[in-house]
Design a protein around this ligand. Structure first.
Ligand SMILES: [Zn+2]
Length: 118
């Protein structure tokens, strides 16, 4: 049984917060995760999401961006997709690492056990 079943509508801020604390507790990441919902990512209206490392007042964080315009259930899918990247983030993360390899796939599968049902 899933711990967090999304309703059939876009994510609310409070739900993103609740989901993030659940995920961080269950699947800790190299750095704490922050989720942003920008209107545009990388200057493109075709970019759904991304994960990157950024510093906020000296504190290193993994920033997950999910495009604000994504309709349900794409917003959920992109958030899970990106969190799986965050789970696999390693200190020596390189741009040319295998982004969607077996480790990432396994992480995403674990996350779907928490979100969305069996
Ligand atoms: Zn990806």
């Amino acid at each position: 049984m899933a711990d967090f079943v999304p309703r059939s509508r876009p994510l609310k801020r409070s739900e993103v917060k609740k989901l993030l604390s659940l995920l961080q507790e269950r699947y800790p990441t190299l750095h704490p995760v922050r989720i942003e919902r920008p209107k545009i990512i990388d200057g493109s209206d075709k970019s759904f999401g991304e994960t990157e490392v950024r510093k906020f007042s000296g504190k290193t964080m993994l920033v997950i961006r999910v495009a604000a315009w994504l309709p349900y259930p794409a917003d959920w899918m992109v958030l899970i997709h990106e969190y799986a990247h965050a789970m696999n983030w390693r200190p020596a993360h390189q741009e040319n690492d295998e982004h969607h390899g077996p480790e990432w796939g396994l992480a995403e599968a674990k996350l779907w056990k928490i979100v969305g049902g069996d």
